[in-house]
Design a protein around this ligand. Structure first.
Ligand SMILES: [Ca+2]
Ligand SMILES: [Ca+2]
Length: 333
């Protein structure tokens, strides 16, 4: 199905096929038209982009100069070497890097085009269809961290586009890019509204747009959350960072979890999480309602002196897409 050729050569020993001749003719014409060098041709694809049952020759070229002088072109030729369409990319912010075949039931055979990857390795992508001898943009796909995959997962005749993006939220505000939390995303063709829709999946694999609304935290919920987290964390005195993260990520914010990132083995006794009682605890909220503070009291007794007292503890909660999580803890006598 996928057919990608690089046959730019005038010294082939075997007699060229009709297709090779047409490709050569198209490539030569393209190079002359846009004053490009042989090496500027990055990709040649044989693909039926006009959806008439006959393949076209699609050439992607960009000159090797970096920066503002960079120019990119896509040329679409008929199988006989006649120019059908050209798309120019003369804005250096988008340098056409690689073409992929993409199926779409409405527009039939389409193209996905990667932008030249930036310094971070990520690059954005556009989805193109040929209409009236012009390439039209159906969607702009956000940059992905690492590999992007084009696949018809649900076998509905439309390819989906999968990638990964940095989970940027209040609960990841201090988490370094090097250890960032990546959410998976999917662009899916909406055949009713005729457009691609983006869906994001969280660390639990659930779609963000299907998550239940997170309501106001109640005092009972806050106390239970702290007590559950406390019970869970002290079960294992010492635990690998990965297990710690996996066990606690829906109770503690990533910000709080990643405070322990430098330790390969997390000493859970060094984490302060009390067990509280509802009748001695009070809950208050920030003005926007997205942050809550639980003020609890813990009785303590000094074994040496026999003195007893009450310690004040403050648990800060953040509203996240997963629900309320503990973001910080402190105490004072
Ligand atoms: Ca065709
Ligand atoms: Ca599909």
């Amino acid at each position: 199905m996928l057919c990608s050729l690089q046959v730019y050569s005038s010294s082939a020993s075997a007699a060229p096929t009709q297709l090779q001749t047409a490709v050569y003719k198209a490539q030569t014409d393209f190079l002359q038209k846009y004053k490009l060098k042989n090496t500027d041709i990055r990709q040649t694809m044989i693909y039926d982009l006009t959806n008439d049952g006959t393949s076209e020759i699609i050439i992607l070229a960009w000159n090797a100069r970096m920066g503002e002088d960079s120019r990119g072109y896509i040329g679409i030729y008929s199988k006989t070497g006649k120019l059908i369409a050209v798309q120019k990319y003369e804005n250096y912010e988008f340098i056409p890097f690689q073409l992929h075949q993409l199926k779409n039931k409405t527009h039939k055979n389409c193209l996905a085009l990667d932008n030249l990857p930036g310094g971070s390795g990520g690059s954005n992508m556009v989805i193109l269809a040929l209409r009236n001898n012009k390439l039209i943009t159906l969607a702009q796909i956000d940059s992905s961290e690492g590999t992007r995959v084009i696949k018809d997962s649900d076998k509905d005749g439309n390819d989906e586009i999968y990638g990964y993006e940095w989970y940027l939220a209040e609960e990841t505000r201090n988490v370094a890019h090097s250890v960032a939390i990546y959410d998976k995303y999917m662009y899916k063709w909406d055949s009713v509204n005729k457009k691609y829709l983006k869906y994001v999946y969280g660390q639990d694999g659930k779609r963000d747009d299907l998550r239940p609304h997170i309501g106001k935290l109640s005092l009972t919920e806050a106390v239970n959350l702290v007590n559950n987290a406390s019970k869970k964390i002290y079960k294992t005195p010492s635990i690998s960072f990965t297990s710690y993260k996996n066990n606690m990520q829906y109770l503690l914010t990533y910000n709080l979890i990643y405070e322990k990132y430098s330790e390969s083995l997390v000493d859970t006794n060094s984490i302060y999480l009390p067990e509280l009682e509802k009748n001695t605890s009070q809950l208050s909220f920030s003005s926007d309602g997205n942050k809550a503070t639980l003020h609890g009291k813990i009785k303590y007794e000094d074994y040496d002196t026999g003195e007893s007292g009450v310690m004040n503890t403050y648990i800060i909660f953040l509203k996240t897409k997963y629900g309320w999580k503990i973001d910080n803890t402190s105490y004072k006598i």
